[in-house]
Each structure stands twice: as structure tokens, then as C-alpha cells.
Design a protein around this ligand. Structure first.
Ligand SMILES: Nc1ncnc2c1ncn2[C@@H]1O[C@H](COP(=O)(O)OP(=O)(O)OP(=O)(O)O)[C@@H](O)[C@H]1O
Ligand SMILES: [Mg+2]
Length: 550
């Protein structure tokens, strides 16, 4: 950081905190005595916005105005700022992520993409509450020993959802989602990361409390808005960007409005994520630098909806049109499966073309007399091995959030043994996958590869056996996001499908590759955009058929 950049950050910190000890400044910005003297000369003597207290503390005396209070990284459109982590070593981006960012950058360059791309991103600010007081009371090294692990947990949460830590100050981070790696669900990712941060910090605070220390709490603010991405430096992946309007500044404001331990989002982010998460409306808040009050929301947790179609269904679906030949082929596959000749149907199509809607309609038409089990991969799903299978099994065993461990185990045991006593040996693997391991279980010590193979085998045997009682419709959506473990399961299952009463319906976008192409029991359906007559019918369903007034 140049002297000027340090100066701006110190000023911002001072304005926010009111009082900052020199020891803290030295620690946060790695400054020596001479540097501190230079800062004092500028802030106290030249700018007259601070005074010295006992040679120990710098006290803010300047005016707090909307512009001055906007953090460094959130200034208006005219400033281009280099957003470099102030502690690159602490940034510790996982290698796979760094490689993907480099690859994305190389692809952009190959496309001839110029700098200055406008992008909608979701910005997240998180900081440790009361860290300055903590640092003032403790020996700086000891304070860092408490704060650094918390910062690391915050950064890990960002990386888990493939966000980018643009800056880490001594007691907080600024991150964004949606760039440099593009993700269509960046608002959801930011909120998953925020929830994870709060959860992990909660656990960390418990350990501090047990050790007799003051617990650490964080507050998180999120907003979705537009930025111009300038460039990404190849060597250290520092990203330059310019916020447009209030885009990132508002995220910082949301953080400022959050109570310790909570997550606050702007109205825009709320609108994009409603249904995927649950919220509490906090009403309208006056936000510095914005004339109209803004509605703000606190994030309470993960919501009931997982896919775009579920969100659309809640708003009300338009009448289904077309796709009759696809439905007929799926129906035929089900008839064959019912007769004991299991089938796989793969529906491929671009985003939004109607894959999920087709499955939804098929389900409504076909569920009588069959057992339907459905599951989805989610965009960040590769980070969660087995997630679609866990969801599928929870649904099959009808486990609910209200069930305690004992109840869950009872439900699973009851269902498996009623189905077929010879499946008893699958129970430990099902328990393990569903997080219900008994203390005496040997599974945690088992070779992970063997455990994995047996777990997948157990689920396969269960489903194949179930299909002898009633035909099974298995729906797996969005395979392009599938994790390796669930993929291995589908490969294993496909070996037994042909002789079971199972129709396995999968859908995916064109980039997904599989090896079912030459199997006799596989049908590939390519969904193209609707035919013109159907598209017209859809439009009429959407807009009504009144002739437009001239
Ligand atoms: N045949 C149709 N008739 C009426 N509405 C449709 C039809 N196909 C799709 N839609 C509507 O279009 C929207 C997008 O469709 P859908 O979610 O099924 O796309 P998708 O192919 O699953 O996309 P993604 O790859 O993003 O999951 C939905 O609101 C859906 O109801
Ligand atoms: Mg879909």
C-alpha cells in the first residue's frame, strides 16, 4: 500500500471508530514509529481532523459527511481504485479457485474482451464488532491471535461459495460474488457465505467463551449492484473495479445497520433471493448518502425453495404449452419401466428453455401408482459431496427438521426393515450419510474409498428393492452442477436400471457430458426453444389475447 492509500484507510477507520490506539494502527497496517509520525503530521497538523490523546490514541475531530464516510472501496464512479488485500498472505485463496480465476481471465483475453466490463455483482462486508476495544485492552499480539482466526473463517466462507475477497482490513473483509468468477446465483452465494460466517464465528465464539475470553461477534451487510471491472492482475489476482453509483457503498451501509451477529441486506438483494432464504423485514432505514429511506431485511436462514422453477411456481406458473412429444416419450419410458425394463431419459437444453417445467408437468401427470423421488444439484453443489443424495434420502425417509436423532434413526430403520430385512446391512451407511453415526460405529475409521463404494451400493440396493413394490420415478435436475460422489452414484445405478422398475429422468445444460449415449435403455431429448405457435400461445397466456390498441 502506498502512503496515500494507508492514509485514506486510516482516516476511514478513525472516522468509523472515533478513537484508535497507535498500537492498533501499527498492528493493522504494519507501520513503524516514523510512519505513525507522518500520519499524525497529516491528520492532526495539516488536515486538522484528529487530535492526539496522551501520545497513545488518535481521536477523530473531523466532520462526518456522506462522502467522507463511504469506505475507500466504495467511492463514486469517477474513482478507479486498486482493491488489493492489505494482508495478501492472510487472503489465502484456495489453489483451485486461483486457477479458475486465471483460466477465466485467459478466456476473456482470448475472446478479446476489453477491460471495463460492466457486471452485476453482490458485495459483502463483514466486520468484527468491538475489535478496536478488544485490541486496545489486549496486548496487540494477543489481540491478533484472537482476531486472525475469525478473519480466516470469514474468508473461508467466501471462498467456499467461490466469492472473491477484495480486501481484508485488520478486523473485517470486503468480498464480492459474481466476479471475477461469473455465477448466475451470486446473490444466493453471498447469503450462503454470510450464514456460514455467522455459524462458524458462533462456534469460534463458544470456544473463546469456554477459554474465559470475551467472545467475538461479526455483522454482515450485503447488496447487489453494478460495477465496472477494470482488470485482474495475473501475478497476484488483484482486481481493479469501479462501483457504479452506490453499488458497493450500500453493502457497507447494510453492514453498518446490522446488529452484531446478524446479516442485513438491501431491498434489491432481498428481491433476488426471497424464497431461497427467510427474512425479517426491518422497515425503512435512512441511509447516509441516499435521499430516500431504503427497505432493509435481516436474513434469518435458508428458505424452503431451492430452484428457479420453485420460485416461479410460488409466484404462479403460466399455462403449460407445447412439449407434447417429449411428454409422450417420457410416458413411454415410464410404461417400459413399469413392465420391468428400466429406462434413463436425459433432457438437455439451454438455461430457461423449460427442462424443469417439463419434469414438473410429467410428475403431475404420472405420480399416481408410482413413487416419485426428486432431487437437484445446486450451482455451488460441487463443494457439497452427496448433497443431492442426502436430500433424496431425507425425502424418502420423510425426515423433518423437527425429528430428533432418535426419531430419525427410528424412521430409517423402520422403513428399511419393513421393505426387506435383508437390507439391514445398509443401515450403518445410511446413518453415516445422514449424519446419524452411532458412537460404536466403525465407519468413521473406514477407508474413505471403501466407505464411499458401500454407501453408494447401499442406496442403489434400497432404491432397486423399493421399485419392486411400486414403480419409481427418480428425477435428478441440473447434472451440470453435480458433485463427483453423486455422479458416481448415477453411474452405479445405471448399471442396474435396465432390470429394475425405475425410470431415471435427468436434465442438464449442454456442457454436461455423460456416457449413457450408447445404452439401449437411454433416451436423449433435446429441448429447443418453443415452436412459433407454442411460443405465441405462451405469449397469449402471459399477456392475454386482447388485440393491442392502435
Ligand atoms: N412449455 C412451457 N410452457 C409454459 N411455460 C414454460 C414452458 N417451459 C418453460 N416455461 C417457463 O419458463 C420458465 C423457465 O423454465 P425452466 O425453469 O423449466 O427452465 P430450465 O430449462 O429448467 O432452466 P435452468 O437451466 O435455468 O434450470 C419457468 O417459469 C417455466 O414455467
Ligand atoms: Mg431447471
Amino acid at each position: 500500500m502506498t502512503f496515500e492509500e494507508t492514509l485514506v484507510q486510516v482516516r476511514e477507520l478513525l472516522e468509523r471508530e472515533g478513537r484508535v490506539a497507535y498500537r492498533v494502527l501499527k498492528r493493522c497496517f504494519t507501520l513503524d514509529d516514523e510512519y505513525i509520525e507522518d500520519l499524525k503530521a497529516d491528520l492532526i497538523d495539516a488536515k486538522r481532523i484528529a487530535v492526539d490523546e496522551d501520545g497513545r490514541v488518535l481521536v477523530w475531530t473531523g466532520q462526518t459527511g456522506p462522502v467522507a464516510a463511504v469506505p475507500l472501496h466504495a467511492r463514486g464512479p469517477s474513482t478507479v481504485l486498486s482493491v488489493a488485500p492489505s494482508q495478501p498472505s492472510a487472503n489465502s485463496m484456495p489453489k483451485h479457485l486461483a486457477e479458475r480465476i486465471r483460466a477465466e481471465q485467459a478466456a476473456r483475453e482470448a475472446r478479446g474482451a476489453t477491460d471495463g466490463e460492466r457486471k452485476i455483482i453482490t458485495a459483502l462486508f463483514a466486520d468484527i464488532k468491538g475489535s478496536m476495544a478488544l485490541m486496545e485492552d489486549l496486548d496487540p499480539e494477543e489481540a491478533r491471535r484472537l482476531i486472525d482466526p475469525a478473519l480466516q473463517l470469514m474468508m473461508d466462507a467466501v471462498h467456499r461459495y467461490e466469492g472473491y475477497v477484495a480486501q481484508s482490513t485488520g478486523d473485517g473483509i470486503f468480498a464480492f460474488f459474481g466476479a471475477p468468477l461469473a455465477h448466475e446465483d451470486h446473490p444466493q452465494r453471498a447469503l450462503y457465505a454470510a450464514l456460514r460466517m455467522q455459524e462458524e464465528i458462533g462456534t469460534y465464539a463458544d470456544t473463546l467463551r469456554l477459554a474465559g475470553r470475551a467472545p467475538v461477534e461479526i455483522r454482515v451487510g450485503v447488496n447487489t449492484g453494478e460495477v465496472v471491472l477494470r482488470s485482474i492482475r495475473k501475478d497476484d489476482l488483484h482486481t481493479e473495479y469501479t462501483p457504479i453509483g452506490h453499488s458497493t457503498g450500500l453493502a457497507a451501509r447494510m453492514e453498518g445497520l446490522a446488529k452484531a451477529g446478524s446479516i442485513v441486506v438491501s431491498e434489491h438483494t432481498h428481491k433476488l433471493t426471497a424464497g431461497y432464504f427467510t427474512f425479517k423485514a426491518l422497515g425503512a432505514a435512512q441511509v447516509k448518502g441516499v435521499s430516500e429511506p431504503l427497505n432493509i431485511y435481516e436474513v434469518l436462514g435458508v428458505g424452503p425453495l431451492r430452484t428457479r422453477l420453485q420460485v416461479a411456481t410460488r409466484r404462479g406458473l403460466v399455462r403449460f404449452v407445447g412439449r407434447q412429444s417429449e411428454l409422450a416419450q417420457m410416458k413411454k419410458a415410464l410404461e417400459q419401466a413399469t413392465a420391468g425394463h428400466g429406462q434413463i431419459v436425459g433432457v438437455m437444453g439451454e438455461p430457461g428453455v423449460g427442462k424443469s417445467r417439463l419434469f414438473y408437468e410429467f410428475k403431475v401427470l404420472s405420480q399416481t401408482g408410482c413413487l416419485v423421488l426428486e432431487t437437484f444439484s445446486v450451482s455451488h453443489g460441487k463443494a457439497y459431496p452427496y448433497l443431492p443424495l442426502i436430500d433424496l434420502l431425507k425425502h424418502y425417509f420423510q425426515l423433518t427438521l423437527q425429528d430428533d436423532e432418535r426419531k430419525r434413526r427410528e424412521k430409517i430403520t423402520g422403513k428399511v426393515l419393513t421393505l426387506d430385512r435383508s437390507l439391514e446391512d445398509t443401515l450403518p451407511y445410511l446413518f453415516f450419510l445422514l449424519g446419524l453415526t452411532e458412537p460404536t460405529s466403525s465407519l468413521p475409521q473406514m477407508d474413505p474409498q471403501i466407505r464411499k463404494r458401500r454407501t453408494l451400493e447401499a442406496i442403489k440396493r434400497l432404491l432397486v428393492r423399493e421399485s419392486l413394490n411400486q414403480p419409481l420415478i427418480l428425477l435428478f435436475e441440473d447434472l451440470h452442477w453435480l458433485d463427483a460422489e453423486t455422479q458416481a452414484f448415477l453411474t452405479l445405478l445405471s448399471e442396474s436400471v435396465a432390470s429394475a422398475c425405475i425410470v431415471l429422468l435427468v436434465n442438464y445444460r449442454p456442457e454436461y457430458r455423460h456416457e449413457w449415449g450408447n445404452k439401449t435403455f437411454y433416451t436423449q431429448l433435446r429441448l429447443d426453444p418453443l415452436e412459433p405457435e407454442d411460443a405465441q400461445e405462451l405469449l397469449t397466456a402471459l399477456l392475454g389475447d386482447d388485440p393491442a390498441p392502435d
